[in-house]
Design a protein around this ligand. Structure first.
Ligand code: SAH
Length: 222
């Protein structure tokens, strides 16, 4: 298969299959065209194991090894849309690179993405994917992202793709004033997606968007 064909997809990874996913997301309330365009364009089948490629354009989370999952397209779209609704973003921090799919979506919509992952095997696979897809504005770090990535702070936006019980304070501290943090938080069965806006040096506002189900944000690295 030549490269072009591999990115564009055939059969269950074809443009037609992707268009069905986009239509479904529109029905579910995703309305930002820039976000929908990325979901249509980015080859999600290259972010999962080949054996799962035929399911890559279903609106579902899929296993990526190491006990982790690639997020459901609806959730990726919803979080990206909420993050971008505040206006154009220059610098965004992502905690939980995982497969790199959410990272790739962000890379097309903001200037620079800083992404932190605590599982080395996943980070290395994601790095290879970015290379293959010629994505050059993503910066990766192997570390516990509960501490953020202080060296590059402040961020215009932060997106967290694993759920802590409570929002880690360093993430709010690394947000620029007016910046948004999208983060799932709470116990397994009762997580909520939160949108936190930093309103001042020591103030922020928090809004509950919807119930979600994410893997747990864990401390340390492996
Ligand atoms: N956005 C990713 C989601 C992967 S699942 C995707 O769509 O593929 C969540 C990821 O968060 C996992 O890869 C997990 O290893 C990572 N993670 C969990 N706790 C973390 C932490 N404290 N710091 C960095 N990454 C973390």
């Amino acid at each position: 298969m030549d490269m072009n064909c591999e990115f564009r997809g055939i059969g269950m990874t074809s443009q037609r299959t992707r268009e069905r996913l986009v239509q479904r997301l529109i029905q579910e309330g995703i309305s930002q065209l820039a976000v929908l365009d990325q979901i249509r364009d980015i080859p999600r089948h290259l972010f999962v194991d080949e054996a799962l490629a035929s399911r890559a354009y279903e609106d579902t989370a899929l296993p990526i090894g190491f006990g982790q999952t690639i997020s459901q397209p609806y959730i990726v779209a919803r979080m990206t849309e909420a993050l971008l609704a505040g206006g154009r973003l220059k610098k965004v921090l992502e905690v939980g690179t995982g497969s790199g799919y959410q990272t790739a979506v962000l890379s097309r919509l903001v200037d620079q993405v800083y992404s932190v992952e605590r599982i080395r095997g996943l980070l290395n696979q994601a790095r290879e994917r970015f290379h293959r897809l010629h994505i050059r504005n993503v910066h990766l770090k192997y570390s516990d992202g509960g501490w953020g990535w202080p060296e590059h702070a402040l961020y215009d936006g932060i997106i967290v793709t694993a759920a802590p019980l409570e929002v880690p304070a360093p993430l709010i501290e690394q947000l620029a004033i007016g910046g948004r943090l999208l983060i799932p938080a709470g116990q397994g069965g009762a997580q909520q997606l939160l949108q936190i806006t930093r309103t001042g040096a020591s103030t922020h506002e928090s809004k509950v968007l919807e119930p979600v189900r994410f893997v747990t944000l864990r401390g340390g690295t492996e």
